[in-house]
Design a protein. Structure first.
Ligand code: SF4
Lengths: 177, 499
């Protein structure tokens, strides 16, 4: 699943961060006339209000557009579970408070097969529980902390201003001549 | 602007901090890959057991992924830490027709004006639509000498990997990270793993079998997630034989292999390319810098986390048949059968079936029977002077098939000007190609250059995702010479027969 499918480029022209939810999976959700496609899962009323998005391998591949993460969040999802994610997309998720969880392919298959069950995601303990499945997932401590505490990562980095200045002085970082 | 300092900015810290000099360090450092060397030299702060804060030497900015980042700065009353290391251009949205007319699409116009406003407010150099240096951000960086070996380069665009061709660590970032780099000139990163991709052998016909074919072949073999979490280092004689422009084509598509970045160790080809460019160091600084650049290579016994090797000596031209850049065949082959293609992987099989349905192709169809409606020569993968010159050899004295609409979109204004000086525009125009202004154009169809539903395009760009070049449009990725030949014949041909 590539980012061109998550948010098609015709919606990348906005200059804000919000309001992308209605464009999520646009070409899959709507036909060429803009009518909802009845065979697409997000258009099934049964799934309205769900907060966890299940996906397959290499989710979010392709472009760096953070619009993909903004659309997922704006639509109402708080977490995405997949066997693997594209690197930039994975980062973009955590930057926006979306938890991206990597599980083994069989575990994701199980969740797809049993998608009517509630899934509970526990970030502090790094576990996913649904029906008979109890899985744990990996996340690095730094990302976890930023997600749990909702930290402003720029603010954190600016506290290292001394180190940055020292680096610049040491390496004599000069503008291009 | 920061004052001018005496040393260029890419010398490694060891020059300055070690009382024993560089030699001492080299003797004591464990063997490392070029990527690890660049990485280590840019660490500002190391979170124990966590990510590293890396210093960023060059930050390139464009109109689509930056407006929200500048808004974020304003909201928090933050400044751009190093406007002198930040450069902007407009490329994704710009029309490639007459530049003197106003932009029709209002939302594009707003994005473009927003970038101009933000650059002037934050003191950032901008190459705008009127600038003779405007162009696709990954074409102009190298052209202007902003892209230098041994540096760290970021841009809010995944194809930033292009700049790795110079032996830089260059990676695409999201908008939150753009804001972070603007505010701090640094980026938090977990160190990616290393992956050696060795290409060997002399291509029998290097005009017909290009760097694009080599890279499509690599992606076909390692898969679109094959490089996830890794930085690819391309090496081997088939790589060192390549011009800088071809090396950029290779590194450009690292992201299509899922990699974080791709790079090639600098050599004399690299140094000759950089010498004399506007923002490259000059005189004595250049000499000193190039000594360091030449020393930048993976140590002979450096360990890579992964490696593959391919011999490209008898590689045929490659053509993509599906909806991801790993779905690729030799031009001499047929469209594959999904069951055979997937080799037992059920998800792959389903993906191939869906792809063939979207592409309206039947298994077993010879690639050379596939007819095209459109041809696009352009994008940050293949819009440099050499790409256009090679394609023009195929086109010269021939005519575009009456059923095809073909266009050439130079990567930058400089490329366009130089091509016109060489008379390439005439060759293309006389054959029936449209000759456009520079920009991303039909690579992603954010401007008016798009495919209509069902139209099939031979494209020199990098992505064949569903709808990438226009909703319902069908993209086949090929090299510039293959695209040019397809324009003439109205279908794919084995361009080795022509060159
Ligand atoms: S040419 Fe295409 S791939 Fe390259 S920067 Fe522009 S839109 Fe992205």
């Amino acid at each position: 699943m590539d980012t061109d499918q998550i948010v098609p480029k015709q919606f990348l022209k906005l200059t804000s961060k919000t309001g992308y939810g209605k464009y999520l999976f646009y070409d899959w959700r709507f036909d060429s006339e803009g009518r909802p496609r009845s065979d697409f899962v997000l258009n099934d009323p049964k799934y309205a209000g769900r907060q966890i998005l299940l996906a397959r391998d290499n989710f979010g591949s392709g472009s760096s557009r953070e619009h993909a993460a903004w659309a997922i969040l704006d639509y109402g999802f708080r977490a995405v579970i997949a066997p693997s994610f594209a690197d930039i997309f994975y980062n973009n998720c955590s930057k926006n408070g979306i938890l991206a969880v990597r599980l083994a392919a069989e575990q994701v298959d199980y969740l797809f097969e049993n998608h009517d069950q509630d899934i509970s995601l526990d970030l502090p303990n790094q576990t996913v529980v649904a029906g008979n499945l109890k899985a744990s997932f990996e996340i690095d401590e730094f990302r976890k902390k930023v997600l749990l505490e909702g930290l402003d990562s720029i603010g954190l980095t600016l506290k290292l201003g001394k180190e940055i200045s020292a680096y610049e002085a040491r390496n004599r970082v000069a503008p291009p001549t | 602007m920061a004052e001018k300092l005496t040393e260029p900015n890419f010398l490694p810290p060891v020059y300055f901090i070690s009382p024993f000099g560089l030699f001492f360090h080299l003797q004591n450092l464990p063997p490392a890959t070029i990527f690890e060397k660049i990485w280590n030299e840019h660490i500002v702060y190391q979170e124990p057991g966590g990510p590293s804060l890396l210093y960023i030497d060059r930050h390139l900015v464009h109109e689509v992924t930056s407006p929200q980042a500048f808004d974020g700065l304003r909201e928090k009353r933050r400044k751009v830490r190093r406007p002198d290391l930040t450069y902007a251009t407009m490329d994704h949205n710009v029309p490639t027709s007459n530049r003197s007319l106003p932009i029709v699409d209002q939302t594009s116009a707003v994005q473009i004006q927003t970038l101009a406003k933000n650059c002037s407010e934050f003191g950032i150099t901008l190459f705008d639509m009127k600038s003779p240096d405007q162009g696709i951000v990954h074409v102009i960086g190298p052209e202007l000498g902003l892209t230098l070996p041994g540096t760290t380069i970021v841009c809010g665009d995944s194809h930033t990997s292009t700049h790795g061709a110079f032996g830089a660590f260059a990676l695409g970032i999201g908008t939150s990270e753009v804001e972070h780099v603007l505010a701090t000139q640094c980026l938090w990163l977990d160190r990616p793993k290393t992956f050696a991709v060795t290409l060997t052998g002399k291509r029998k016909n290097p005009h017909a079998v290009t760097a694009k074919d080599m890279m499509l072949y690599v992606i076909r073999k390692i898969g679109t997630a094959g490089g996830t979490g890794h930085v690819l280092e391309y090496r081997g004689d088939a790589i060192s034989d390549l011009s800088m422009e071809n090396r950029m084509t290779i590194c450009n598509m690292s992201i299509e292999a899922g990699a974080r970045a791709g790079l090639i160790a600098p050599d004399t080809t690299t140094i000759d390319f950089v010498r004399g460019r506007r923002y490259a160091p000059k005189g004595e600084h250049f000499e000193k810098a190039s000594e360091y650049w030449e020393s930048l290579a993976s140590d002979p016994n450096a360990k890579f986390d992964k490696s593959v090797e391919f011999n490209v000596s008898s590689l045929p031209p490659q053509v993509s048949w599906g909806t991801n850049p790993g779905m690729v065949a030799d031009v001499t082959e047929n469209v594959p059968d999904p069951t055979e293609y997937s080799a037992g992987n059920e998800n792959e099989r389903k993906a191939a079936i869906r792809a063939l349905e979207y592409m309206a192709l039947d298994p077993g169809t010879p690639i050379t029977d596939i007819k095209v409606d459109r041809v696009f020569i352009g994008s940050c993968t293949n819009s440099r002077l050499e790409d256009l010159a090679e394609a023009s050899i195929v086109v010269k004295g021939r005519k575009v098939s009456p059923s095809v609409r073909a266009m050439v979109v130079p990567g930058s204004q400089q490329v366009k000007l130089e091509a016109e000086r060489l008379g390439l525009d005439r060759i293309f125009r006389e054959a029936g190609f449209e000759w456009r202004e520079s920009g991303c154009s039909m690579c992603l169809g954010m401007n008016p250059d798009i495919l209509s539903p069902g139209e099939r395009c031979a494209s020199t760009s990098n992505r064949n995702f569903e709808g990438r070049q226009g909703s319902g449009g069908r993209t086949h990725l090929v090299s510039p010479v293959m695209a040019a030949a397809a324009a003439i014949e109205g279908r794919f041909v084995d361009v080795r027969e022509w060159l």
